[in-house]
Design a protein around this ligand. Structure first.
Ligand SMILES: [Zn+2]
Length: 184
């Protein structure tokens, strides 16, 4: 397992490590089959996803197709089996666990952005509130229950909400959470 991780993508950028490992593996397989040293990329990145490059050599083309196929089923974050999905407006390959972590980190960022724009544009004295159902599910369930305020509209179910200052005081903790989600 001492394969090169230094292969760059077709456009010169570095591959995510799990993809670099697989790419190197298929290059090595080709080199073994042909007893020939090969150092060029087999795969290019199109719209965020690996796509096989085509070659005159049918064995090389086959390796490129197989490499792209395996990479499209490999989480770029942890290397476990993953699926192609939309994340933050782009195509990505993630396992369920890493997808949840990226989603939560994005949702925290969206909340921080919303808080900024409310601070900038809310009319003087206006109170900004976020009702429980305004927040996406993952983010909502990450907020400790004691942080919520509660109101009971006449004849209705209790309604949980956060005021701007609640979110402001939660933000340092949420930012730490987002950093952990992004790092791990
Ligand atoms: Zn993963």
């Amino acid at each position: 397992m001492n394969e090169r991780l230094t292969f760059n993508r077709h456009d010169g950028e570095a591959w995510p490590a799990p993809w670099a490992t697989q790419h190197a593996h298929f290059i090595k397989r080709f080199s073994d089959v042909r007893h020939q040293y090969w150092s060029e990329p087999l795969v290019e990145l199109k719209g965020g996803l690996p796509r096989p490059l085509s070659f005159d050599d049918s064995v090389l083309s086959g390796m490129a197709r197989k490499a792209a196929q395996v990479m499209r089923h490999t989480c770029t974050t942890c290397g476990k089996p993953g699926k192609v999905l939309r994340l933050g407006g782009a195509w990505a390959v993630r396992c369920g666990r890493c997808c949840g972590k990226t989603l939560l980190a994005n949702q925290i960022q969206d909340l921080a952005d919303a808080l900024d724009s409310v601070s900038d544009f809310a009319p003087f004295g206006a109170t900004a509130v976020w009702h429980e159902h305004d927040l996406p599910m993952l983010l909502r369930s990450s907020i400790p229950s004691y942080c919520w305020r509660c109101t009971v509209p006449p004849g209705q179910e209790p309604l949980r909400y956060l005021a701007r200052e609640d979110i402001e005081s939660l933000m340092p903790w949420l930012n730490k959470l987002a950093a952990v989600m992004n790092d791990d």
